[in-house]
Structures are given as structure tokens and as C-alpha cells.
Design a protein around this ligand. Sequence first.
Ligand code: GLN
Length: 536
Amino acid sequence: MQTRFVVILGSLMSGLGKGIITSSVLKILDMYHYNVMPIKFDGYLNFDCGTMNPYRHGEVFVLDDKGEVDMDFGMYERFLNKNLTSDHSITGGKLFSSIISKERRGDFLGEDVQMIPHMTNSIIGQIKGLAKKENLDVLVIEAGGTVGDIENGYFIKAMRQMAITEKVVFINLTYIPKIDAVGEQKTKPTQLAMRSIMQLGIKPNFLICRTSEPLEEKTISKLAMFSNLAKERIIDDSTYPTIYRVPLHFIDQHFDRLLLGDLDLANAKIDEKMLKRWKGRVAKVVSPAKRVNVAIVGKYTHLHDSYASVREALVHAGAELDTGIDINWVESTDIEKEGARKMLENAGGIIVPGGFGQRGTEGKIMAIQYARENHVPYLGLCLGMQLMTVEFARNVCGLNGANSTEFEKNARYKVIDILPSQVGVKNKGGTMRLGSWKCRITSRNSIAYDAYKSDVVYERHRHRYEFNNRYRKPMQKCGMLISGVTQDNKLVEIIEWKGQFGVATQAHPELKSRFEAPAPLFVSFVMASLAEKRPE
Ligand code: GLN
């Protein structure tokens, strides 16, 4: 089948949830059994997200193939339940570096290289090449940023150019504000935005409207008139208790039928079983039978987007267990000031997620000690595993002064240390232990085996430091279980406490958690947080 394209643009402002819209469109097409994949374009000149600050930009997402990509990729994978590759991420940095190396090679001999047509042709060629390679029925392209930005202008122009020869459906996401004093949904900003899109030669097929409350009839009529669209093409995207409800909300508005019609796929039938399964999970998120309180002890907790995958993995595990998760975001520096008990008293379970840099690490260690001493279920993710090692070394094995050399270069006991292969690394981009790694579970009598029910597991990594093998024996002697190692046994991957729920992994299992396939360690952790009995 000839590949069709859906291009999703945003107008007015960022932060409206274009990633959720793209993911919902992907899921809807998946429910019709089309082979569908996304492409995300980001206009920044970074080659990838590897060197970006999660505090400014949100979490850096990691793919199996080591790609360090925008957090929207997490959203796509969570909805679609497919593994994506770095080819699906196009950035300004990648485009410019490739066009300049082509020019140096002499690909454009005699020509002056221009945005149009050289850059636009190169973008279209890349997109069509991927569609062909993966034999896609539909490719959904999310153009990052908003229409009018200097960074994405040439990309949007390329999409317009692509529509001359290919079947392309355009969707514009906009925002409809409601001014308190007037109590009216205002359409003027969207009217102006539509004008600027149409000036680019693009007439959107749909206008998706982000609003806090459902679109009013009057608003719809006005938007339809000013956008040259039939009223049913103005789609409501008002706030719902869970993002996983969005595809269903679109289907309720018959968006799926109209979209398929525009793609010349009007005869397609939805897989009712898939739809029912999705609805069932959404219902469990919206009205769960049980609730549990989980504390996430981190450093960027006031920017929850820097832990988006951890938050979503908890939602997925909760949906599996019919449990609502109340997340308590705890700043680790507050624990240093206030003490662990005060900050963590209500926690049914405690997570220390990934992180970099020394600030706040002692507070995280205090949280882990509190969990161990009070039998509160603990899940450590990457840095959370390294600090579980430090805590155990100091407080159980009596290795006073144990630390990671990331935080204390000359620590007395370097229980977490940099790999020899990392010592000389100067370039910061793409040089950590990245991507999917095979892990061997060493004991069937372990939390890890109970969770994964497999002797071999694959998880994604992003870190430079590792468990120092010199301390394997001493730590095991004090009662730590090393329950996962790399295939060659050279690196420790999973550690556990014995006799209580405490497990931590050098990997980031949250990156592979999907709405319909939750990460096993998170499911076990939530189950333990519901059940664990504390000593009196
Ligand atoms: N800072 C640690 C390292 O580089 C942990 C990284 C992480 O948690 N992703 O090894």
C-alpha cells in the first residue's frame, strides 16, 4: 500500500500536548490494524537530546538503539507499544550536519545550496525513505514547536511541498482560552493562527482545540467558519483525568472515520477487541478499586516532566492492578533538612529515580535507609541503584566513607566507580552506556525473577558509573543479593535486599513500560506497596 502521511502542527504556543495528539492518532490507526509509525521533527540545532538539561527540556528518552531523543518518543511508545529507532527523530542539528557533509562531499557541485529546494528535498527524501524501508501504511509526522517559529519554518514548507505529490492530511492543534471575567471561549487567537498556516499554503483538514472545558457549540461554529472547515472537523480536546482517554474521546467524535476518509481508507474497520481492551484499562485509571501513595525522591521534582517515564510507568502498573497511584514528589534536599521520617511517613513505597550530580544525593541515601529500616518497599532506578549500593555499604557493611566517585572522587570505598572504558571519554554526546542491554537473572529466588518470570531480560541504559566489582563479595557477605548481571557477568545490573521488598536496577525499566504492557518491576513494586506489612 502506498504510504499516507499525517502531519501534526501546533499553533499559538507549545505545551498543549502535541505529543499526546500524535500518540492518539497513532493508536487510533493501530486499532484499525494499519502499520503506522511516527516521525518527530525538533527544530533545535542540537544533534539529539543527549546533552540537554532535563530541568529545562524534560526527560531525555532513550531508545533500544542508543538514541537519546525527545520525551515525546516515550509517549509514542507507551501508546503504540512498539520499539522505535533513532531514524524516527529528525532534528535541526541532524539535518544541517547532513546537508553540510553532502555539500563537502560534492553532492551539489556547481549549485548554491538553499533551504528550498535542497533542504526541503532532503527532508522529503528522508521521510519517504523511512516509509519505504519500514513498509508503512501511515506515517504520522509531528512538527515540533509552533507555526511561525524560525526553527521549523523550512520543515513545514517541506511538508507543504510533500503534499503536492503525496497523500498528506494536516492537523492543527490550537488553544482556546476562556477569560474568567467574560466567561467566554475566545477564538480570535486561533483565527489569527489559522491565517498564518494558510499563508504557508497549508489548509488543515482538522482543527484540534485544547481547552479546559468542552468546546461550546457557538465556539465550534465560529471556528468552523473562520477556518473553512465543516463543523465536525473541529475536534474537542478538553481536559480529561488521564491522557490515555484521548484516543477514545476522538473516536467518540468520529474523528477516526473522517481521518480515514481523508486518507482514502474509508473502508477500514476498527478492531473492537483492541478498543475494548484499551477502554478497560482507561476505566481502571479513572476509577480504580484501590489507592496507594508512592514517594518519588528526586532533584527535579518541581518539573515533573523530568521524570515523565517513571510517572507513567506507575500509571501503567496501577492500571494493571486496578490501583490509583498518588505520587508524592519529594525534593531530596528537603529530606536533608527535615529528616526522612517527616517527609516519607505516608509513603506506601519509595522510588529513587535516575539523576546526575552530587546535589541531593545524601537526602536520597537517607530515604533509602529509611525504606530499608522501616520495611517500606523500595525501587531504585539507575542512580537509585547506585545509591542503594552506597547506603548498604555504609550502614550494613560498615564501610564508612563509601560513595560513588561521581560525587566524591577520592571516596574511601569507591563502591560505585567509572568504567575504565569511560575514563578517557571527552565528548559528552552519545558516549554513556546507552540503549538496550541483555541482563541475566542469577537467581530464581529473587524479586527480579518473580517480576520478569524470565532468566534473561532486556532493559535500556543511560549512565557512566557502575557497581565496582571489587565490592561484589563483601556486599554479598553482608546480605545483598546480586540478582542480575550482564551476559558476560562483567557488570552488576540488579541488586536486592533479602527478606523485604527492595530492588534496584542499573537500567531504566520505566523507559520500556507501556500502557498495555507495564514494566514488570513497577508492577511488583506497586503490588508490594499495597501489601507490605511494616514492623510495629
Ligand atoms: N549519574 C549516574 C551515572 O552516570 C546515574 C545516571 C542515571 O541515573 N541515569 O552513572
